[in-house]
Design a protein. Structure first.
Length: 120
């Protein structure tokens, strides 16, 4: 029973992380006016990235970087000052990490690469 509830909560959090505020507002998760209120209250933006596998977790942690496909970036991600990594329940169960946001830090550099891994 607890595993099913945890799995549902993890799916909801994953959905919140993967969606942009406009989508959440359309779905009724965010009230009208929430986006403009948040934007007026926040000085620094945080990009939240989802870590889905143990391999990704270890790679990102050791390499101190995060990669994401450009078509998955939403909203004004370029304005983000910080990056937070959300470790999914699946990745957490395969590693010693805990489920949830475990790491965050200042974004120092952004590189755009093609599918071959070459910097554009």
């Amino acid at each position: 029973m607890l595993d099913a509830v945890t799995h549902r909560a993890d799916r909801l959090i994953y959905r919140l992380v993967e969606s942009n505020p406009e989508e959440l507002q359309e779905e009724g998760i965010l009230q009208q006016g929430s986006i403009s209120y948040w934007e007026s209250q926040l000085d620094e933006k945080v990009l939240v990235g989802s870590v889905k596998t143990a391999n990704d977790y270890l790679q990102f942690k050791r390499g101190r970087y995060f990669d994401i496909q450009a078509d998955r970036l939403k909203g004004a991600w370029q304005k983000a000052t910080y990056l937070a990594l959300y470790v999914t329940q699946e990745a957490a169960s395969q590693t010693e990490a805990e489920n949830g946001i475990q790491f965050y830090g200042e974004i120092i550099d952004v590189e755009i690469m093609d599918q071959s891994g070459f910097i554009i």
